[in-house]
Ligand binder design. Structure first.
Ligand code: DON
Length: 311
């Protein structure tokens, strides 16, 4: 069914007006750069599979993509090694534990389970085909850019801030290596994973990534076929399982759309076959999801009647 573009524009404007200044939450502070991003920033954008764009607020402000990068790297891994190898080497189940949990590894024989928690994301980075650290990094950055329809760049400030504080992730990378669940040098995987989190993206670019996932891999802005169409359902399934961390079940229950959040304050939800809905605002709830971002995305989905389980 065709999308009612007037209703969509009104839903975006209403979601922004109602929720862009919602109170609650706090910037992530375990990465020094993120603690300093102005907390009042707030933006929302939708991009449809036909390339229609509606946005409000700080829609062009470049922020750190953080964990949402895990979906882009998973997309490249699916292209490189295929869905079966991804499931066998990394897994496809939620951990039910925080995104950087070591206990989750202990409970599962030091295997990561999900590509969307830190352990699984570093393992995913390690299966990307590359013969050097720079090739691994540039292939991931190129995938992020092609999904966003824009030439994205890493922030050296964010990367520096993360590389000098990522000791917990380094420990996880070595634990994976000890369990034969790391497929390149573990410090290379951790380094490249940290860089991929440090890419800057705007809310409109994030929604364009979402529209590319929603459109079976075709970027509606550049018209490029970025992904193999049959691979995109695996991405959406993983986003449903683990995309909102400890709130993934609550999000599925209340909103009913695959989504992924990052500690930079970004959140991206997918309406399969229709659009990407993205929002950005730095204050996070205790699980790590943007407070205002969740409210704005959920409001658009509700106003438009988008819930996969109610379709
Ligand atoms: O690995 C980390 O700690 C960060 N670079 C990314 C984590 C993240 O975004 C988790 N999010 N909710």
């Amino acid at each position: 069914m065709a999308i009612d573009l007037n209703a969509l524009r009104a839903a975006v404007d209403a979601a922004y007006a109602e929720h862009h200044a919602a109170v609650g939450g706090a910037n992530a502070d375990y990465i020094p750069y993120l603690a300093k991003v102005p907390s009042e920033l707030s933006g929302i954008a939708v991009v449809t599979v036909d390339g229609d764009i509606f946005a409000a607020g700080d829609k062009d402000y470049p922020f750190a993509i953080e964990s949402i990068s895990k979906v882009c790297t998973l997309a490249l891994a699916l292209e490189d090694v295929g869905p079966q190898a991804v499931q066998e080497k990394i897994g496809a189940d939620p951990t039910g534990l925080p995104f950087n949990s070591v206990i989750a590894l202990e409970l599962h024989g030091d295997k990561p389970l999900s590509p969307l928690v830190n352990a699984g994301a570093m393992a995913t980075t390690s299966v990307i085909k590359a013969s050097s650290v720079e090739e691994r990094w540039t292939r991931i950055l190129d995938m992020q850019s092609r999904l966003a329809g824009a030439k994205l760049e890493m922030s050296h400030d964010v990367n520096q801030s993360e590389q000098s504080t990522n000791f917990h992730n380094r420990a996880i990378a070595w634990l994976l290596f000890s369990a034969d669940a790391m497929y390149c040098d573990p410090m290379e995987a951790c380094d490249v994973y940290t860089r991929q989190c440090s890419t800057l993206v705007s809310t409109v670019q994030l929604a364009t990534m979402g529209a590319t996932f929603a459109g079976r891999g075709v970027n509606p802005v550049t018209k490029e076929s970025v992904l193999t169409a049959s691979n995109t359902p695996f991405l959406l399934a993983e986003m449903t399982m683990e995309g909102m961390y400890g709130s993934s079940g609550d999000w599925a229950y209340t909103v009913g759309l695959p989504a992924k959040s990052g500690v930079g304050g970004g959140i991206l939800a997918i309406v399969p076959g229709k659009m990407g809905i993205a929002a950005f605002s730095p204050p996070l709830d205790p699980v790590g999801n943007s407070v205002r971002g969740q409210l704005m995305v959920a409001a658009v989905a509700k106003a438009m009647g988008y819930n996969l389980y109610a379709a």
